[in-house]
Design a protein around this ligand. Structure first.
Ligand code: ATP
Length: 599
C-alpha cells in the first residue's frame, strides 16, 4: 500500500469522532492492506512505530520538527514557526509548505515510511539530533502534502484520531468477516500479548485458527487478570465453591516478571541481560504494562537468583518490607520506589519484596489454562524457599465465611489491605475481571466498599487561595467499555490537600487542550479540558443517580454520580485511562450498596 493511501484514511478518520464510522473507515482501510503491512498500519494508526509497551519513541519535539520541515521545503525555521503559530498545527504547516512544491511525490509505501520512522527512533549517541532531522527532512521531501501532514503529526503525538484498541479489534473483525463477531476471539489474543500489530498480522497471515492458537510470549506483557467485588463473604462463597484459596491483599504495586535464561529472539530492546554465561532476559512490567525493568534492579536481581526456571512469566505484588521486623510498610512508603533518578540509592534504603501469587508460563509453555491450584504448585516449586526478595504470597485454603473473617482480620492487623479470594479450578483470565478472583478490602465506615479509579477529564481554575495552585477543582469520569469512551461521573472541589491540587496542576499542565478531546462524552464543560490519560483513585460515600453526568446515562437522561468524593491516590503511573473503573462496574457498585445496607 502506498503511504499516500494511508494518509487519505487518516484524513477520513480525522473527520469523525463517531465510533461506528471510525470502525467502518478502518475496516475499509484494513481490506486494502496486505498481511505484511497490517501490523505496521495498526501501529501507525495509533501514532507509533512499535507496540505501546516497547520503549521505542521517535523522540523529536517541536524544535527538531521545525528544523526538518524548514530543511525539507527550503524555508527558514522562523517562517516555519510563524506558519505553525498561524495554523495551530505542525502537520498543517508542513502540508501547506509541501503544497507549494507541486512535485509528484507519492511513491513511498507504508513499509518504507514505517521503516524510516523506526530508523529515526533508533538513532542514538553522538550526532543523533542531526541524523533525526536529516532523515525526517529527506522523508518529507519524498511524500505528497497530505502524507507530510500526518508524518509530522506522528512524532509530535498530535494525530488525535482518538482510536482505542477495542475500535481497532472491531474493525479487524469487520474487515475479514463482514461483522464484529470475531472481536472476542481477537481480544483473547490481544489480552495474551498486548500487541495489536502482532494480533493483526497473525490474523491476516494465519486466519482465525492462528488467532485461537496465540500463546503467551516472553517479552510481550499479558493483560492482567482482575478481581470482582462482592458485598459479603457468603456471596463470595456462592461463587467460589466449597473450598477456595485466600491470600493477603498486599498494598504495593503489581509486577509481571518475564524471564528467559536462553537467547531470545524478538524481545523488546530494553532487555536486562542476566550475565554470567548464556544470554537471557528479565523484564518487569507494571499494572498498565509499562516496562519498568530499570526502576527495580533489586527485583531483577532477586528473580535472577531466587527463581529456578529456564523461562517463566510470573506475577506478584511488590511492597516495601522490613525483613528484621517482618513488617509491611504502608503504600506511601512503597510508592517512593517509583522514581526515575537515584534508583540504586533508593533500592538500598527501601528494599522491596515481591510476593509472587501466580505463574502464567513455565519453561517454554503457556500454562494459563491449567487450574489455579496447579499453577500455584508449580510456582512454589520454582521460587526458592529462603529467598530474600521473591517470596510466595501466603495462602490458606478456606471453606467458610467465619474463616474468611478470621483471615481478613489477621491481614488487616498486619497492615495489609484485605484479602484476595481465588477459585481453585479456574484458568488465568488475561485482561478480564471475573469471579475467579474476588477482592475484599478494608473500608472506611460510611463509604462505598471499594474505591473508583477515575480519569481526569478537566480542571477548573483555582479561585481565592487556590489561584496559586493553578487548579481549584476537577472533572473526573469513568470508562464506558462498550462505547470506548470516557464519561463524566463527578466534579471534585474538596477532598484534596493543597499539595494534591498542586500535583494535579503539575501532571495535567501538558495535557490541557482547547476542545473537548476525542472519546470524551460530557455535558459539563470545565475551565480546561485535559486529554484522558491520568487516573486518580477516588473514595466516595455513595453512588447516586444524577441528570448531570453522562456515566451510565439511561433513556430518561439519568446517569451516575459520586457523593462526597475524595482523592485516595494518584494512579497515573500504573493505570492507563482504559484501566479505569468501567460504567458496568459503577452500576454493580451502585446496586451493591443496597445489598450492603440491607445486611
Ligand atoms: P484492579 O487491579 O482490579 O483494576 P486496583 O488496581 O484498584 O484494581 P484493587 O482493586 O485494589 O486494585 O485490587 C487488585 C490488585 O491487588 C491487583 O491488581 C494486585 O496489584 C493487588 N494484589 C495484592 N495482593 C494480591 C494477591 N494476593 N493476588 C492478586 N492480586 C493482589
Amino acid at each position: 500500500m502506498k503511504f499516500r493511501t494511508l494518509a487519505e484514511y487518516y484524513e477520513k478518520l480525522e473527520g469523525t469522532s463517531k465510533r461506528l464510522e471510525l470502525i467502518d473507515i478502518l475496516s475499509e482501510l484494513f481490506k486494502k492492506a496486505k498481511s505484511d503491512e497490517i501490523g505496521k498500519i495498526c501501529y501507525l494508526i495509533q501514532g507509533r512505530v512499535a507496540p505501546f509497551f516497547e520503549p521505542i519513541e521517535i523522540g523529536m519535539a517541536e524544535s527538531m520538527i521545525a528544523q526538518s520541515v524548514s530543511r525539507a521545503f527550503d524555508e527558514s525555521k522562523e517562517d516555519v514557526l510563524r506558519l505553525y503559530r498561524k495554523l495551530g498545527n505542525f502537520g498543517l504547516a508542513a502540508q501547506s509548505l509541501s503544497n507549494k512544491k507541486q512535485a509528484t511525490r507519492d511513491k513511498l509505501s507504508v513499509k518504507e515510511v514505517f521503516d524510516e520512522l523506526l530508523r529515526i527512533a533508533k538513532f542514538s549517541g553522538e550526532g543523533t539530533v542531526e541524523k533525526k532531522v536529516s532523515t525526517l527532512s529527506d522523508l518529507l521531501k519524498k511524500v505528497d502534502p497530505v502524507s507530510a501532514k500526518h508524518i509530522v503529526n506522528i512524532p509530535l503525538d498530535t494525530l488525535r484520531l482518538g482510536i482505542g484498541d477495542p475500535t481497532i479489534l472491531d474493525a479487524l473483525s469487520l474487515s475479514k468477516n463482514g461483522d464484529k463477531t470475531l472481536r472476542p476471539i481477537l481480544e483473547d489474543a490481544y489480552n495474551k500479548t498486548s500487541d495489536l500489530g502482532f494480533v493483526a498480522e497473525t490474523f491476516f497471515k494465519k486466519g482465525i485458527g492462528g488467532i485461537k492458537n496465540v500463546k503467551l510470549v516472553v517479552g510481550k506483557p499479558v493483560r492482567p487478570a482482575l478481581a470482582e467485588r462482592l458485598p459479603s463473604a457468603d456471596e463470595a462463597i456462592k461463587r467460589l465453591g466449597k473450598k477456595f484459596a485466600a491470600e493477603p491483599k498486599f498494598d504495593g504495586f503489581r509486577v509481571q516478571v518475564h524471564m528467559d535464561r536462553r537467547h531470545l529472539r524478538g524481545v523488546p530492546q530494553a532487555q536486562h541481560h542476566l550475565g554470567g554465561g548464556g544470554e537471557g532476559v528479565i523484564l518487569l512490567f507494571s499494572r498498565n504494562l509499562e516496562n519498568t525493568t530499570h526502576a527495580f534492579p533489586d527485583i531483577v536481581d532477586g528473580v535472577k537468583k531466587e527463581v529456578k526456571a529456564k523461562s517463566a512469566i510470573l506475577e506478584g505484588e511488590a511492597i516495601a518490607y522490613n525483613p528484621v521486623t517482618s513488617e509491611f510498610l504502608p503504600f506511601q512508603e512503597t510508592t517512593k520506589r517509583r522514581r526515575k533518578y537515584k534508583i540504586e540509592e533508593m533500592a538500598k534504603k527501601l528494599p522491596l519484596v515481591l510476593f509472587a501469587f501466580d505463574l502464567l508460563y513455565l519453561n517454554g509453555k503457556d500454562i494459563t489454562q491449567k487450574p489455579y491450584k496447579e499453577r500455584r504448585e508449580l510456582l512454589e516449586l520454582i521460587v526458592s524457599k529462603n529467598g530474600d526478595i521473591v517470596k510466595i504470597a501466603e495462602e490458606k485454603i478456606l471453606k467458610s465465611a467465619k474463616e474468611i473473617a478470621e483471615f481478613f482480620n489477621e491481614a488487616i492487623s498486619e497492615g495489609l489491605e484485605g484479602l484476595m479470594l481465588k477459585k481453585l479450578d479456574s484458568a488465568y483470565v488475561a485482561g478480564g475481571r471475573g469471579f475467579h478472583w474476588i477482592k475484599f478490602k478494608r473500608s472506611q465506615a460510611g463509604s462505598l466498599t471499594d474505591t473508583l479509579d477515575c480519569v481526569l477529564l478537566g480542571v477548573y481554575s483555582g479561585k481565592g487561595k487556590r489561584t496559586e495552585f493553578g487548579v481549584g477543582g476537577l472533572l473526573v469520569g469513568v470508562y464506558d467499555e462498550k462505547k470506548d469512551e470516557f464519561v463524566s461521573i463527578s466534579r471534585i472541589g474538596t477532598g484534596l490537600t493543597d499539595e494534591e491540587f498542586r500535583k494535579v496542576n503539575e501532571i495535567s499542565k501538558h495535557l490541557r487542550v482547547q476542545h473537548k478531546p476525542a472519546r470524551v462524552n460530557s455535558n459539563i464543560t470545565p475551565s480546561h479540558w485535559v486529554e484522558p490519560k491520568v487516573v486518580l483513585e477516588i473514595q466516595a460515600d455513595e453512588i447516586t443517580r444524577s441528570p448531570i453526568h453522562t456515566a451510565g446515562r439511561d433513556k430518561e437522561g439519568l446517569g451516575y454520580a459520586l457523593r462526597f468524593p475524595r482523592l485516595v491516590k494518584f494512579r497515573e503511573e500504573d493505570k492507563r485511562a482504559e484501566d479505569a473503573t468501567t460504567v458496568n462496574e459503577v452500576i454493580k457498585l451502585y446496586n451493591q450498596q443496597f445489598a450492603h445496607h440491607k445486611k
